[in-house]
Design a protein around this ligand. Structure first.
Ligand SMILES: Cc1ncc(COP(=O)(O)O)c(C=O)c1O
Length: 440
């Protein structure tokens, strides 16, 4: 679609963000590209001064209704008094020591009681560490060195999962997708030890898994593919992967770093498929850096230091630190089953209302997502894999994102416990207005 209004949105955005531009000029002197996140906002990033409730406030005095929510982790919004109180109370009593703390035991219990696959958990400080340790546990438990992951799937930034993260637009051959390096100098052994699976193609997965069955420790999978716009797999796909891994004696690892927010017991509860190991992160630390991995007792026993020491030594200066544990516990206690139902109901409402807007404007678009996630694709083909997902109207996407920022909305993929129908309508009505404006 011809996006006549893109340049206008860029100019408006630049006029609204002079202080952010000054900060970015300073930032690039000290940080490559100006930041330490996976962020490359064009024409410039927005420097945030503070967050409160559903809103972020930038250094230029602009206010944004936030649907990014720190990549879905601020499930109760920003500076929620429940988390702030827990953090302040704990901060006054110290933020770290080597010995255990009670909040960690309570948070572990909450997770194990809610998430079907968890008999035991260990805490780390990010989703990256959670998936790193989950696949290591699978290798140690099975005594096999290879892992399988899906093409285009993101599981954090450690070596074993930084393979074929960028979905390839190439059609997949009979041997499945080739393992593709994400950056120069990646050890060739990594490319040999990570088997890449085709999303939504159970027969292709079966061929690849059987070919590598003697060496494969596990399959790591997001139960709902976040990089495809939170589109669940085809009916039977996840169940098929569960059956295959059981048959072939491999472990199934769910990356629930994002999807845990779909239900008290995560996507595994909502979708009814239970893995052997689960990696978690994001909101479980109440807005502080957090991660956890866990699973069956016999696997997690690898970490038990009693009786002759652990099979896998796993230390971490800030693992289960009392500050994160206190914030995490307070947050999890607030997230009762009713709260998840409410979030998921609002997610359904956003998806339906956004769909209606694009239908009304006759723009080829589709809205995917599940539970409290939503995603806009400027492509009307069913999003089954990365080849399809890569066909998108990039100009319209950029114009919509900037146009929404100019109207005080940060477009992301999810909502928080503070979202009501009024915030949903603000997003939907503003989207309609911006799309009408940019298409001229
Ligand atoms: C599915 C998934 N796995 C793992 C990670 C890594 O988590 P973190 O950024 O906390 O290292 C992310 C982060 O966005 C994620 O979305």
């Amino acid at each position: 679609m011809a996006v006549v209004g893109l340049q206008n949105e860029i100019e408006r955005f630049q006029a609204r963000t002079p202080r952010s531009q000054e900060m970015q000029a300073e930032a690039v002197k000290w940080l490559p590209g100006g930041n330490s996140r996976g962020l490359n906002q064009d024409p410039n990033p927005v420097f945030i001064e503070r967050g409160e409730g559903h809103y972020l406030y930038d250094v230029d005095g602009n206010k944004y209704l936030d649907f990014v929510l720190n990549a879905s982790s601020m499930i109760m919004g920003h500076a929620n008094p429940i988390a702030v109180e827990a953090i302040s109370d704990q901060a006054e009593r110290g933020t770290g020591w080597v010995g255990p703390n009670e909040a960690a035991v309570r948070l572990a219990r909450i997770l194990c009681e809610r998430v079907p696959s968890l008999d035991k958990v260990r805490f780390v400080n990010s989703g990256t560490e959670a998936t790193l340790n989950a696949v290591r546990a699978a290798r140690a438990f099975t005594g096999r060195h290879k892992i399988a992951k899906f093409e285009g799937a993101y599981h954090g930034s450690h070596e074993y999962v930084q393979v074929s993260v960028k979905g390839s637009p190439d059609p997949v051959g009979p041997d499945g997708p080739a393992a593709k390096s994400e950056f120069p100098g990646q050890p060739p052994s990594i490319l040999q030890d990570v088997v890449i699976l085709p999303w939504n193609d159970l027969e292709g997965c079966e061929r690849a898994l059987r070919r590598n069955a003697d060496d494969l420790a596990c399959v790591i999978i997001e139960p709902v593919a976040s990089t495809l716009g939170y589109a669940p797999g085809r009916p039977g796909f996840l169940e098929g992967i569960r059956d295959l891994t059981t048959q072939l004696d491999m472990l199934l690892v769910f990356d629930e770093v994002q999807t845990l927010r779909m239900a008290p017991g995560g996507a595994q509860e909502l979708l009814g498929v239970v893995p052997d190991l689960t990696a978690m992160g994001k909101f479980i630390g109440g807005g502080l850096p957090a991660g956890a991995f866990g699973g069956r007792d016999d696997i997690m026993a690898l970490y038990d230091p009693r009786d002759g020491g652990p099979v896998i030594a796993h230390a971490g200066t800030f693992n289960a630190n009392p500050l994160t544990m206190a914030a995490g516990e307070a947050t999890m206690l607030h997230l009762t089953p009713d709260v998840y139902d409410r979030l998921n109901g609002l997610g359904e409402m956003i998806r339906a209302k956004l769909r209606a807007v694009f239908d009304e404007l006759d723009i080829p678009a589709q809205i995917t997502g599940i539970a409290s996630f939503f995603s806009i694709h400027f492509n009307s083909e069913e999003i089954t894999d990365h080849e399809v997902a890569s066909r998108d109207d990039g100009e319209l996407r950029k114009a919509l994102g900037l146009g929404l920022l100019n109207e005080g909305i940060m477009l992301g993929s999810t909502i928080c416990t503070l979202t009501t129908e009024s915030e949903v309508d603000e997003l939907v009505d503003t989207t309609r207005r911006v799309v009408q404006r940019v298409r001229g």
